[in-house]
Design a protein around this ligand. Structure first.
Ligand code: NAD
Length: 372
């Protein structure tokens, strides 16, 4: 039977989620909610579902399985805590947009509360619910990357001085860490998905002259160096439209190891694999100076990043439908917390002039003995 879903927060992203649930056979969208009446009414009318103007009312009147929280707020995460806690308190499973919160204490509490209530808490870390990420993950699982050595990731918005516009929204204006807190959940989730937990972080951040001239406090250039638990090293560069990205486009990740290397370009678009010289299938067998092995290119033909939303939402619905053990929920609350712990470690490093910071340890991975 389809899962009964209510979505809270009916602006751009909430509308996308509502449409995904409408299109997904595992979901039955029964209600939408926004504190701004007109927004809830419009989407409710479009989909023929009930409109609510407070989550409390929605929870009191609808027998929901899932509350999907797309409320945003300061730094795009400041309004996630209350509806998430309210829905968990009412015994509902929750999917929350990223970042899980803009406050690390709140995020820790949300993850702990979901565990205490034995409910699913998922986060929309949608960037790895793609065909290139599936392909890359397969390379790792089949041993074709081998011992991981490095991860190079660039993700952000493409632009330059001519396209710069100072962010004036209440969620952005005056927050120096808007980009860091609102966006780095994505690249950190990618790096952790492919390479595991991060144990050491060092960050430098800055603003180009046109932001300084506009008295825009946002540290929009983020250069972050890290070490993974595996011993591999990593580098993340992120930015908010201040420069134009070159090869690999707005989003590229390269993971290199003892057996081979992959690189994903533009998130949904392409995954390329280079076998290490001497490994099965590698051509030529020996490399001369300046030569590289012949790559295998998987080009999906997909250009639309929007394709990640239905994929990720379907995965959440599938996991809840199949009642997977809570710790195996894909892109779960603990995964989202990890990205925020790394974000806060990067901020601390930057504020301390680039010192090495060890991110706060994640909560112990608990296996519920009643689940498998
Ligand atoms: N995963 C992705 O790729 C991706 C992309 C963009 C944005 N996002 C995230 O999606 C979220 C929403 O983004 P947006 O641009 O649609 O936000 P928005 O601020 O434009 O809209 C949020 C809506 O939620 C409503 N709202 C806030 N608190 C509420 C509450 N307690 N009860 C009912 N309604 C409430 C507001 O009235 C508003 O209509 C953000 O967290 C953002 O970070 C994710």
């Amino acid at each position: 039977m389809a899962l009964r879903v209510g979505v809270v927060g009916m602006r751009g992203i909430g509308q996308t989620h509502a449409q995904c649930h409408m299109n997904d056979p595992l979901a039955d969208l029964v209600a939408v909610c926004d504190v701004v009446k007109a927004r809830a009414d419009e989407v409710a009318k479009k989909h023929g579902v009930k409109a609510y103007y407070s989550l409390k009312d929605m929870l009191a009147n609808e027998d929901l399985d899932i509350v999907d929280v797309t409320t945003g707020g300061p730094e795009n995460g400041g309004w996630h805590y209350e509806p998430v806690m309210e829905a968990l308190d009412a015994g509902r499973h929750v999917l929350v947009e990223k970042p899980i919160s803009n406050d690390i204490e709140d995020a820790r509490e949300m993850v702990a509360y979901a565990q205490e209530k034995d409910l699913y808490l998922g986060c929309n870390l949608n960037h790895y619910f793609t065909e290139p990420a599936r392909q890359a993950r397969q390379y790792i699982d089949e041993g074709r990357i081998g011992e991981q050595m490095y991860c190079l990731h660039r993700m952000g918005f493409v632009g330059g001085a001519a396209t710069y516009a100072k962010g004036g929204g209440a969620n952005v204006a005056g927050f120096p860490y808007f980009h860091v807190k609102a966006f780095l959940a994505h690249p950190f989730s990618i790096m952790r998905y492919f390479c595991g937990d991060i144990t050491h972080i060092q960050a430098f951040m800055g603003r180009p002259s046109f932001r300084v001239a506009a008295a825009d406090p946002m540290v929009a250039l983020n250069s972050i160096h890290m070490r993974f638990q595996s011993g591999a090293v990593g580098y993340l560069f992120s930015q908010r439209g201040d420069a134009t990205m070159g090869l690999g486009g707005w989003w590229s990740v390269e993971v290199g190891g003892s057996q081979g290397t992959f690189c994903i370009e533009n998130c949904v678009e392409k995954c390329t694999f280079w076998p290490a010289p001497g490994t099965p299938g590698a051509k030529p067998e020996k490399l001369g100076l300046g030569q590289v092995p012949e790559p295998t290119v998987h080009d999906t033909g997909i250009k639309d990043f929007g394709a990640t939303f239905p994929n990720r939402i379907h995965a959440f619905l599938e996991d809840v439908t199949n009642r997977v053990p809570k710790h195996l929920l894909r892109a779960n609350g603990r995964d989202a917390l990890a990205t925020l712990e790394y974000t806060f470690a990067a901020i601390e490093s930057f504020e301390e002039g680039g010192v090495l910071v060890r991110p706060n340890p994640l909560p112990i991975l608990r296996h519920n003995p009643r689940e498998q």
